[in-house]
Design a protein around this ligand. Structure first.
Ligand SMILES: Cc1cc2nc3c(=O)[nH]c(=O)nc-3n(C[C@H](O)[C@H](O)[C@H](O)COP(=O)(O)OP(=O)(O)OC[C@H]3O[C@@H](n4cnc5c(N)ncnc54)[C@H](O)[C@@H]3O)c2cc1C
Length: 348
């Protein structure tokens, strides 16, 4: 049985640990905080799972398979964490046919929503809502807790919360911990999110996103309970929202509220700016109460702007660039790590 050592218990580390344990490896998963850690980039109410990629049938087809991945994970890990409520994306009217063509080639069901179907959400002028009914929202915190529970019960898995990695010997495949001890594995994965660049050389750009959590008025709660998630919305088409439901608040943000920053410590006054976005995205913004405004970080590859898996040493891999879609794609990283272990001849 080979030893897989994973640092970081966000969605990447947890789902990879599950996948490796199922493939027959002995797994150690550690985190500098509790498992799961509320300070992880993954720890939030929701993350969207949608597939339609403009102009790219291959990416659309690959992303559509993620729906099935997450349904299988839900069945394995237990709990209800995948709300398949659909995702609506606002498209310029003259590009709608092209979107349907991409979807048809990827065998992805789509439907056009009549303008009156979303009375509480602002769509940009001359845009139509395209509904992806198989898409939905992952209740992110529930995913992390379900994976943590499953791992805790698995005889080949060791969870080590409150273990901070302070050094990496990439050639030897060993991690130095805060107490001076070190740990090794036949395969080591650094799934330490946006903080990975403190541990290994990784050309990434840190992004900070501001999100706003709202309580809808009681009279609209029934409508919001059945509402889909929505993207490219608001007057300027930069907004997105996750509807409330299953105990969560209405959450919204905008690509304009996401910016590159140099450090986690930078502060800025985003509450007023966030309020402006509520006004642009919801049709009657004054009826909603802001419950919280939160800052959250993720990292992207400095060259591609997307996610990347680097290999700092012969047996060490690093998910330093998690990307803006790093939650929904975590099962693909997990599959890839198991393939790498097999290719390296690691016995299950
Ligand atoms: C506002 C926002 C919205 C997003 N929306 C979506 C979406 O809708 N769909 C989607 O797919 N993705 C989305 N993303 C991106 C996604 O959330 C991230 O890409 C993903 O959660 C990253 O997960 P991770 O496990 O790689 O890293 P993280 O979740 O950040 O986990 C890293 C873990 O490593 C631990 N750690 C760090 N340093 C050390 C150390 N030295 N020693 C030990 N442990 C350490 C941390 O405590 C943490 O638990 C969004 C991101 C943000 C910020």
């Amino acid at each position: 049985m080979s030893r897989v050592l994973i640092a970081g218990a966000g969605v990447t580390g947890l789902i990879t640990a599950v996948r490796c344990a199922r493939a027959g490896h002995r797994v150690t998963l550690l985190d500098r905080g509790p498992i799961p850690n509320p300070a992880a980039g993954s720890f939030d109410q929701h993350r969207a799972v949608r597939a339609l990629a403009p102009g790219d049938p291959a990416a659309t087809r690959a992303a559509a398979a993620l729906h099935r991945h997450w349904l299988r994970l839900q069945a394995l890990l237990g709990g209800e964490f995948y709300r398949r409520i659909g995702v609506v994306t606002a498209w310029p009217a003259d590009l709608v046919d092209a979107a349907f063509e991409v979807a048809a080639r990827a065998e992805l069901p789509l439907a056009l929503l009549p303008p009156k179907a979303l009375p509480h959400i602002v769509l940009p002028d001359r845009h139509l809502g395209i509904h992806e009914p198989e898409a939905g929202v992952l209740l992110a915190e529930r995913v992390l807790h379900a994976a943590g529970r499953w791992l805790r019960a698995h005889p080949a898995v060791t969870l080590r919360p409150w273990c901070t990695v302070v050094g990496v010997d990439a050639d030897a495949g060993r991690l130095t911990l805060h107490d001076g001890t070190d740990l090794g594995g036949d395969l080591v994965l650094l799934a330490t999110g946006a903080w990975t660049r403190d541990l290994v050389e990784a050309p990434t750009v840190l992004h900070r996103q501001t999100t706003v959590y709202l309580r809808p008025p009681a009279e609209l709660s029934e409508w919001w309970e059945q509402a889909p998630s929505a993207g490219r919305i608001g007057a300027d088409g930069t907004g997105w929202l996750m509807p409330p439901g299953a105990g969560t608040l209405l959450k919204l943000s905008s690509s304009e509220l996401c910016r590159p920053v140099d450090t986690f410590a930078e502060t800025d006054d985003t509450r007023a700016i966030a309020r402006q976005y509520v006004d642009r995205i919801l049709t009657e913004p004054h009826r909603y109460r802001i419950a919280a405004v939160k800052q959250c970080h993720y990292s992207v590859d400095a060259v591609t702007g997307g996610a990347a898996l680097a290999q700092p040493g012969p047996a060490v891999w690093a998910r330093a660039a998690t990307g803006g879609d790093g939650f929904r794609t975590a099962p693909l990283v997990a599959d890839h790590i198991v393939e790498l272990a097999a290719a390296a001849g690691l016995a299950a």
